[in-house]
Design a binder for this molecule. Sequence first.
Ligand SMILES: Cc1ncc(COP(=O)(O)O)c(C=O)c1O
Length: 493
Amino acid sequence: MKNPALPPRLDKRDQLLAPRDGMDRLEAALEEIRQREGSGSILQLPIAAKDLDPLLPPQMPRRGLPFGEAWEELLGLALPYARRNAHPGFFGYVCSPGLPTDPWAHALGAALNQNVTSFSSAPGAVAMEKKLISWLAEILRFPQGAGGLLLGGGSSANFTAILTALVRKAGPQILQEGLPGVWSEGPLTLYGTHQAHFSVPRAAVLAGLGRNAFRTVPEDERRRMDPEALEALLAEDRSQGRRPFCVVASAGTTATGAIDPLKDIAEICRRHEIWFHVDGAYGAAACLSDALRPRLAGLDEADSVTFDLHKWAFLAFDASALVLKNPKDARRVFYTSADYVPIPQEPPPEQFAFFHHGPETSRRARALPAVLALLHYGASRLGRNVEHNVLCAEYLAALVLEHPELQLIAAPELSILCFRYRPTEPMEEAAVDRLNELIRQDLQRAGSFYLSETRLENRPVLRVAILSHQTRAEHIEALVHDVVERGRQLAEG
Ligand SMILES: Cc1ncc(COP(=O)(O)O)c(C=O)c1O
């Protein structure tokens, strides 16, 4: 046999080398980002989508540029057209500001480039993620033995929990035969209120159950799940042959931050042998504060909790924890082995794999930024920032209540509240609607505050979600001032 030909040596110019001055450039960019967030407008430069497209080469670049030039091209698109979510006046959606420690942890994570599939692939990162989950389980007051994993977002965490609940109710047969194999025993149904995050009814679609499998439980006047109505709906559904498998309660709804009565719901779920999942994507972080934890009484009775670190634990995207009381339930759903990953059903810790507990296989080291933040700031300091957000929300509610032109629509249970501007002169409701819509748009255009569009009972409201560790009382006062001033101008004009 002929000797195999050696591949020619790679040309030196084709080797992929580290940029020499990368660190200085990164430091300079971080400084610029910090300066922009501390002052000035929240908004990115205004530009149409079609005008952004030509800012990068139309075709994939075939030849490289010196690093400095490539970096500047990247910054030219990334910096001016990024909304400043860490601005102290950013009150839209349910959005974290990101922590000052995050860029370092994310850079380290990228440099190490661990594939956090299993212990054998990334022992350090796996141990870190498991430890982080155990810390979170502890502050949720879950018992020993709880477990879970980090996913890309609360939507994925909710879906993973709901699928786990479905398999527990339907039994292992569903893993082989799918829904057709279990449907003869009755349709499987999922419960939540109209306020549940859209990822909850969508999970019913993704699980193949269809949208109608999501059963809407009536709410009380504070938009919290009504436990008596839940009990009645379960009884009615059972009598019609449906098989309830999961109730999803919210610990802080997206629109108003309402907390469902978790203790009552837990008791109903126990009695009916239904999985109790709490979507605490936003609100579970209140457990970082001993003073706030009582507001989530009953959370520890859940079978599983979604807890997004990239919401109210202030961390940069993406890290959403799903914490399960009995992680074996998820393992029953996701366990897989193949010729190229022969992992036994009861593996020793050295063969632990996250892909046995959730839908992803390749995963980055999502725990790194959270562990660095906890090591550096400590949970108490993060908790005090959460408390400060709540105090800011309560201060805003008090200012709204005492102002004759402002009307509190949804009082804060945590750090989200909704209100409306209403002139003292009588005005038709439709005109008040329009006025509030214009105020919100005007504030946004000015770039000092960002409130995302929200309607309650089909009327526009000024919704304020305070999740920035940079927000202070003066920002709250300035918001009230700006809303009233704009309201008056618009009402006159
Ligand atoms: C209560 C709640 N649950 C779930 C989600 C979905 O989280 P994610 O956007 O991380 O998927 C959100 C998003 O705002 C939310 O507010």
